[in-house]
Each structure stands twice: as C-alpha cells, then as structure tokens.
Design a protein around this ligand. Sequence first.
Ligand code: SAM
Length: 246
Amino acid sequence: MTWRATVLTLFPGMFPGPLGTSLAGRGMERGLWSLEARDIRASATDRHRTVDDTPFGGGAGMVLRPDVVDAACAAAMSEGDTRPLVFLTPRGTPLRQPLVRELASGPGAVLLCGRYEGVDQRVVEARGMIEVSVGDYVLSGGELGAMVLLDACVRLIPGVMGAAESAEEESFSDNLLEYPHYTRPAEWRGLRVPEVLLSGHHAEVARWRRAQSEAVTRERRPDLLSTEQRQGPAPRAPLHSAASPA
Ligand code: SAM
C-alpha cells in the first residue's frame, strides 16, 4: 500500500523540491509513497481568491481564514480517510523520532503549511490537527517544515531504504545519539582511526560504539537521557487507526 502525503500550501510549486531526489525521490518513483501538493487558494470563494484577513485584537500580519483552510482540508480528504492532519507551527510539539515512526507506520499524513502570522486556531482545533514544530526558530512558512517531516517519515517506509542504509542503530533509535563513523584511509593527516574498529572483534566494536553513543549523548543531549524522554511521551490517542482505506 502506498503511503500518501498531501500538503496544503499557498506555494504548491515548492513541491516535491528536494523530496523528488535521492532516497525519497526513488521511493516515490517506485510507488512506495505519493505526494500531492494542493493550493489552499483554490478553496477561496471570493473574486480575489482571498485566503487571509487581519487578526482580531490587532497586531501586525495576516491570519489564514478558518473557512478557507477548512474547505481545503475537506477537498483534500475523501470520506474514510484516516490520515492524521498535521499543522506545522512553532507552537507545536517538537518533532521527534517516535512521532516520525508513528506517522511512517500509518497510511500517510495531510500536512497544513501556515504562512504570515499563522492559521485561525478554530480550524486547527475543529479538525483535531496535531500541531508539530520542527525546531525552536521561526520559518517564513510551513513548507520547509513539511519537507523535513516528510523526509524523516518516508525513509522509514519499508523498501525506501536499501540494505546499505539502516534505521536500526542511528541517532534517536534508543534515545541515544549515534557513535562516530570512520572509513578509509585508516590514517589521514596523521590521525588514526580508533584501533578497536580495525580489530575485527565484533563484540568489542559493539561495546565501544555503545560507550561512544552514551558519552556523546551525555555531553551534547543530556535531555535525551532523562526519565521522561526514556519513557516516551504521555499516552494519547493513536494518530491513525490500524485499518486504513485501500
Ligand atoms: N506568528 C507565528 C509564531 O510566532 O508562532 C509564526 C508564523 S511563521 C512566520 C508562518 C508559518 O511558518 C507558521 O504558521 C508555520 O506554518 C510555519 N513555521 C514557522 N516556524 C515553524 C517551525 N519552527 N515549525 C513548524 N512550522 C513553522
């Protein structure tokens, strides 16, 4: 079954962009996942195709109208579509690998990209959107965030990554950052590769890598080792039901 992504955006021309190349692009060509970028403006109803208006309460910028966004969601999702609706926003839950895994194991996702000051909160809540942030910084639109989320999900779809790549031991797989990598030449500018990696002792290599992972995580991301992180996020309803439409 194809993993289906639909992106709601004011700039559909930005897609597939980088998602059309390399691993994700090959996966798309092979029909392992599909991507549809839909123009939110197509759901505007007035002569000028207006999608935004000034914020109640005053302030700078414009806000995407709830009626237009709602119509765009309705047009993108057929009846029985169990894909979760994700709104990219700096106000959202930070995107982490467990959410990526959960999304990747479902039927796909519908991603709403904000612009200007954002989206009227009523449609975000009425549609039960999951609010996700790709980091503690402000982008000018949700499109790059959607690409980040899609790239992270698509590489986990069975068959997208070949035998040469593996998600099993990479960063965040066990709430740890990954160990460092080395390749030939064994000595470069007088710098030797750690001897254990040349030893051929698989158990020792595994022990060394684990110790390196733990050390770098302690140093750079001690937050990943906290009890809260190790136990995972607080329980909530699953993002998608097991049964998905054909
Ligand atoms: N006024 C908003 C705020 O302060 O939270 C920022 C709006 S931003 C200029 C416009 C759009 O870019 C947002 O609606 C969102 O879709 C997207 N965006 C910006 N930063 C993002 C982030 N860190 N993660 C996900 N989406 C982001």
